[in-house]
Design a binder for this molecule. Structure first.
Ligand code: AMP
Length: 421
């Protein structure tokens, strides 16, 4: 039997219902804040990600699915959404639209990572990007949206970690400090980290290698936040004041370094306490230099992405069911074979307000009720010749046992109220 490729999954049933619930929530909040949806291609020229995500990032160094087309061009399945959105912003001249431009997206991303719980090779993200403003209100708006979408799904066990990676000059000073601190211990670093010592030592702080971790624990490097220049420090303070005003709970994480090279200033992650090793639900940051890196005009930007599968895992862990997986409201049982077409008509009258299905074979009342229960229906509707002639349905509330014969309009009302009179 042929199977799906390792690290990829078919989505159906409850898993897909979680996806829909999460994407719907993101859509509602993003559009309320003025964002328009954008769908960029699933693959781009490899250089879009090499430049846009950064050559020293884990993603570019070892996680991209890259292939050549017939003309020998190097193409890559998108590992994240921001680079493509910024490319599109420039390509379509969105710079002349009223600024800032707010865009949101949802779709699959691809990373060649080792599959494990919460980590796939094809996974899904919803994301939000604002281009054309460097104001701290926009950072606060983006952080607040990413948090509130999760809270609106009912999630409680979240931790929002907020930091700043400073301006490029601040990072240069921090990198110089780290280089000086770590170079004498280079022999103890993992090969990956040794390579980064020259190009981008900040990346070493993100390393998961146990040897690197214990060296860092010994050396206790000062955090990035201690190296902010006056402008970045002022911006960070302004973002915090605005988040406090919006009532968004966060913890300052002085050492936050995100996985993408292009971030400046505000940077954040949202973790969930029940997810184990892969605890990040999402994250975001400001990326003022990205547009120019991609060959476009200068355009400040800030954005975030949430991992849909991770959010679904967190919802499951908190016992939250997806709203889209709406339970069966009513199961209509024809008591005679000639009434099967009528059962379809009855069911169709209630769509889409109620989730209604019907039996395709005649059933005795007792058997029909059993079948309705097995399908998890809240109500069973018995349809005999009398009901068919009178335009009624005999409805049994399978939770309370109460039974009523009602005209179809009243059935809708009774079921809509969940069996309350
Ligand atoms: P990143 O762009 O790496 O910050 O990813 C944003 C979010 O996407 C993460 O916080 C995760 O929730 C999710 N994510 C990233 N990589 C994966 C993966 N390989 N499998 C599942 N979810 C992922």
């Amino acid at each position: 039997m042929t199977r799906a490729v390792k690290g990829t999954h078919d989505l159906f049933g409850e898993a897909l219902a979680y996806h829909r619930t999460i994407v719907d929530a993101a859509r509602r909040w993003a559009e309320a804040a003025g964002a328009a949806e954008i769908a960029t291609p699933i693959f781009e020229l490899t250089e879009v990600f090499e430049r846009g995500v950064g050559p020293t990032s884990d993603i570019v160094q070892k996680e991209m699915f890259t292939f050549s087309d017939r003309a020998g061009r190097s193409l890559t399945l998108r590992p994240e959404g921001t680079a493509g959105v910024v490319r599109a912003y420039n390509e379509h001249g969105m710079k002349v639209w009223p600024q800032p431009v707010r865009l949101w997206y949802a779709g699959p991303m691809f990373r060649a990572e080792r599959p494990q719980k919460g980590r796939q090779r094809q996974f899904h993200q919803v994301g939000y990007e604002v281009l054309g403003s460097g104001r701290p209100e926009i950072d606060a708006e983006a952080v607040a949206l990413s948090y509130r979408i999760l809270a609106s799904l009912g999630l409680r066990g979240m931790r929002l970690l907020l930091g700043s990676v400073g301006d490029p000059a601040d990072r240069e000073r921090y990198n110089a400090y780290l280089r000086e601190l770590l170079t004498p211990h280079a022999a103890r670093l993992s090969p990956d980290s040794r390579r980064r010592l020259e190009a981008n030592p900040m990346r070493i702080l993100d390393s998961k290698d146990p040897g690197d971790r214990s060296l860092l624990a010994e050396l206790e490097p000062r955090p990035m936040l201690a190296f902010l220049g006056p402008e970045a420090a002022e911006h960070f303070e302004a973002v915090r004041v605005r988040l406090d005003a919006l009532g968004v709970p966060y913890q300052v994480d002085p050492s936050i370094v995100r996985g993408l090279d292009y971030y400046v200033r505000t940077s954040w992650e949202i973790h969930h306490d029940k997810l184990g090793a892969q605890s990040a639900l999402g994250g975001g940051g400001r990326y003022d230099g990205l547009s120019e890196l991609l060959g476009g005009t200068a355009a400040p930007g800030v954005g975030w992405a949430l991992g849909v599968e991770r959010v679904a895992l967190a919802m499951e862990a908190e016992g939250l069911s997806p709203s889209a997986a709406r339970a069966l409201d009513l199961y209509v049982v024809p008591l005679e074979s000639e009434l099967v077409p009528r059962a379809l008509e009855v069911a169709a009258r209630f769509w889409p307000d109620l989730h209604v299905e019907y039996a395709l074979k005649a059933r005795k009342p007792g058997k029909g009720l059993q079948e309705a229960e097995k399908r998890g229906a809240r109500f069973a509707g018995l349809l005999g010749p009398d009901e068919a002639a009178a335009g009624t349905l005999t409805v049994k509330d399978l939770e309370t046992g109460e039974q009523r014969t009602l005209p179809l309009e009243e059935v809708r009302e009774w079921i809509g109220k969940g069996g309350r009179a």
